[in-house]
Design a protein. Structure first.
Length: 129
């Protein structure tokens, strides 16, 4: 998965999106959410706009190469932010966790590493929403 971003050092954020990014999410098409200027979930697609900032793959930054985890962390973090801000029901957490796993695999992470990594996300991810 390709994303365009720049590295930043602004408090807890490490990356800033520099080009609009969209992907399909397994959310019913009649469910929508928006954080104006940053994130829109509409008709089963999440769109994240330039200037969105995120911290990367919390907990595994530096353990695995960024090429395996950074791109997947973008829609995952954006989805969690929608849930934190009560724009999206927390029941969709599993949807974003599954998307992260799929992105890990798509970006080259071996399944032997992706399975325990996503297990940790599923076990403690509730802390971040």
């Amino acid at each position: 998965m390709r994303i365009k971003f720049k590295r930043i050092n602004k408090g807890k954020y490490k990356y800033e999106l520099t080009e609009k990014y969209s992907c399909k999410v397994n959310i019913p098409k009649n469910i929508s959410a928006e954080i104006p200027g940053f994130i829109i979930i509409f008709r089963g697609i999440i769109t994240i706009y330039p200037v969105y900032q995120w911290d990367g793959a919390t907990g595994i930054n530096g353990i695995y190469p960024n090429k395996w985890v950074l791109a997947g962390s973008l829609p995952h973090d954006a989805g969690y932010q929608c849930m934190r801000e009560k724009k999206l029901d927390k029941k969709y957490r599993v949807t974003f966790d599954n998307l992260l796993y799929d992105d890990f695999i798509q970006d080259g992470m071996p399944r032997a590493l992706a399975i325990p990594s996503i297990g940790v996300v599923k076990a403690v991810g509730w802390i971040f929403i």
